[in-house]
Design a protein around this ligand. Structure first.
Ligand code: TRP
Length: 329
């Protein structure tokens, strides 16, 4: 039996090379081996108020982007969370299985509620993890590929599923988190001590966007901050800039880090950066061409409706099973 892999993505425009190499590519590479689901977490997006038109646009944009990056609707069930109504009910049930303290100690909640300060923090932000728990459990998920910041939420899912199974009998599959070993932290090209983020403090000179103009992307790679040691060597502590460029190249081409180091023995940074820039531009070019092909409301609508139909089938079964054991039906 194939393992079930599922991940959810918050709709956001302007995905970066860091998003692609750190998360999207891992999913794309694994989608053949698994029974795979990917959904746009639009219910998670309304934890804080959003402009409705903008939300709609970013959901559409995000789906087109994931397809452009290689998520294949023939191998993966692609859907919108709000199209499968079972998510809301399952999230509600899981909220009622959770202790206040369990949510109160979630790192992401603690950070975000501190930022909210006096204005007060939305309840949505507090119960957000239990909605995510429901998302994962609905599909009997075995593997959840996510970034490190979401690991705690997947661990909460395991804890709650285990508790529920003990209380009511075996109902849910316990999921494992998957964090990719290479490329899980692509760094800012100008400040390789910071992650490559959408909101970059230095005029975005350190961030490459997937929809970026190729010349501009090339310039950013060629002027990436390095060091004066002049060795292409993976040493995150003493050569963070060069190590970051090696990670980028290794992750794009699937070449081993040592093999890259070997090829560049005795060679300078200029030549090395040029290869990184070539490979990044090739990748962006492919993604951008695909994006323009997929970014058509009719095509996207068809894919997402079909995905929702397939997802609903499984989600309904799991929800009914849990309602039965709870005595609700
Ligand atoms: N919370 C995740 C994030 O912020 C998105 C998400 C929602 C998710 N539901 C999920 C991820 C289920 C994995 C599985 O990135």
């Amino acid at each position: 039996m194939k393992k079930v892999m599922l991940t959810g993505v918050r709709p956001s425009g302007n995905l970066t090379l860091g998003n692609y190499l750190g998360a999207i590519k891992n999913f794309v590479d694994k989608q053949k081996q698994c029974k795979s689901y990917i959904f746009i977490a639009d219910l998670h997006a309304i934890t804080s108020p959003k402009d409705p038109q903008k939300l709609k646009e970013s959901v559409q944009n995000c789906i087109a982007m994931y397809l452009a990056c290689g998520v294949d609707p023939n191998k993966t069930i692609v859907f919108k969370q709000s199209d499968v109504l079972e998510h809301g009910t399952m999230g509600f049930i899981m909220t009622f299985q959770t202790k206040f303290g369990e949510l109160n100690r979630m790192t992401q909640f603690k950070c975000k509620s501190q930022v909210a300060g006096k204005q007060g923090v939305d309840t949505g932000l507090f119960v957000y993890p239990t909605l995510m728990v429901g998302d994962i459990l609905l599909y009997n998920t075995n593997v959840v590929p996510v970034g490190k910041d979401q690991q705690q939420h997947v661990e909460l899912t395991r804890d709650l599923a285990e508790r529920f199974n003990k209380r009511y009998g075996n109902t849910f599959v316990l999921p494992d988190v998957y964090i990719a070993p290479v490329g899980n932290k692509i760094l800012n090209l100008q400040n390789p001590l910071e992650k490559m983020n959408k909101s970059d403090s230095g005029d975005n000179k350190g961030t490459i966007f997937l929809m970026e103009d190729l010349n501009s992307a090339r310039k950013k790679i060629m002027s990436a901050k390095t060091d004066s040691l002049n060795k292409v060597k993976f040493d995150e502590e003493n050569q963070p800039g060069i190590s970051n460029l090696i990670s980028i190249l290794a992750k794009i081409t699937d070449e081993a880090i040592q093999s890259i180091e070997k090829r560049y023995e005795g060679k300078g940074y200029g030549e090395f950066k040029k290869e990184v820039a070539d490979k990044v531009c090739e990748l962006l070019n492919k993604i951008q061409t695909n994006f323009n092909k997929f970014n058509d409301p009719d095509i996207l609508d068809g894919i997402v409706k079909d995905g929702a139909k397939k997802a609903t089938k499984t989600a309904k079964q799991t929800l009914q099973k849990s309602m039965r054991v709870l005595g609700l039906c």
